[in-house]
Design a protein around this ligand. Structure first.
Ligand SMILES: [Zn+2]
Length: 311
């Protein structure tokens, strides 16, 4: 049976992702013609996409130890349900704020860009919002107590891509919904954008043997994102993009060294970090206790110079 090279695998998955995203509107109209509600295509696409990426992970794993346990999967499922609800509710609220604050606004200046141009524009806008919040979460101690939940896994896979604290999802969802709503996209472009944002994270976290090569210069690929999850802060405080890597290149946080990643993944200097769903929800409120139980590795600034940004 034909086996693609790691470069071909990444290129193929990205091409497929692009096709799915740009075909989202057609799928949605087809589902509506069968009496299903508008927007359901996003959920249908997520289910199919997860199934495909899961199959790729089983056939071509990057690291067998990153697959996770049954308990991890249970936690991942709870995170997914909460993240999907928090992100979509917050995003809808952000969009509604535009209508509420600017009730006479009817112009859609970016609607004329078409599907590809509209997708590029919406991703540039939303990824700038994401970049700003994400980088702040790494560089400002109080925000790190929330975002660190996303960095808790010791290995990446498509199932733990949505491990986020709801505070983070809610804030980013409202801001992104507001800014993208303000930009003036058409409903079709909004659906395309929602599908892109709801599906790239799973590809970005995939535990598959991929080599993205030149795609790194445009997309925030799995290869780049693994460095972001390094427990070595000097490596992990880079590659903040959600879908694209362009803002990392502009702001000097694009990190792709010419060597294999051999660092452990996880929350740096905190080997005993919450892993289950409910204790993860409490992480920002129990930060002092978590630091305390990791005191031997956390509270040694002499040997951990990269802790300077955290408290
Ligand atoms: Zn991060």
């Amino acid at each position: 049976m034909y086996e693609p090279t790691p470069r071909q695998l990444s290129t193929g998955l990205h091409a497929l992702w692009g096709g799915i995203v740009l075909g989202a509107d057609r799928l949605d109209r087809r589902l509506q013609s069968r009496g299903l509600p508008p927007g359901l295509s996003v959920l249908v696409t997520i289910v199919g996409w997860y199934s495909l990426l899961g199959a790729v992970e089983r056939r071509r794993p990057h690291d067998d130890e990153w697959a996770g346990t049954t308990a991890d999967r249970r936690a991942d499922a709870a995170f997914f349900a909460m993240s999907a609800a928090a992100a979509s509710t917050a995003s809808n609220y952000g969009s509604s704020l535009v209508r509420r604050l600017l009730p006479g606004r009817t112009a859609m200046p970016l609607a004329r860009l078409g599907p590809v141009g509209g997708l590029a524009a919406s991703l540039l806008i939303s990824d700038l919002v994401h970049y700003t919040l994400h980088r702040t979460s790494h560089e400002w101690g109080p925000a790190w107590t929330v975002h660190s939940v996303h960095h808790s896994p010791a290995g990446l896979n498509t199932w733990n891509a949505t491990r986020f604290h709801p505070f983070e999802q809610a804030l980013e969802g409202v801001l992104e919904g507001f800014v993208v709503g303000l930009a003036g996209f058409s409903p079709t472009q909004h659906l395309t954008h929602s599908t892109a944002r709801a599906t790239y994270g799973q590809l970005q976290h995939i535990n598959a043997d991929v080599d993205s090569g030149p795609l790194d210069h445009v997309f925030s690929t799995p290869d780049l994102h693994r460095w972001h999850h390094s427990e070595v802060y000097a490596e992990g405080d880079n590659n903040y993009g959600a879908v694209i890597s362009i803002w990392d290149r502009i702001f000097g946080t694009f990190f792709r060294p010419n060597r294999p990643l051999d660092s452990e993944l996880g929350v740096g200097r905190m080997p005993d970090f919450p892993q289950r769903f409910l204790e993860s929800m409490l992480t920002p409120f129990r930060w002092g206790a978590i630091k305390g139980r990791n005191a031997s590795t956390w509270l040694t600034p002499g040997t951990n110079p990269d802790l300077h940004k955290r408290s």
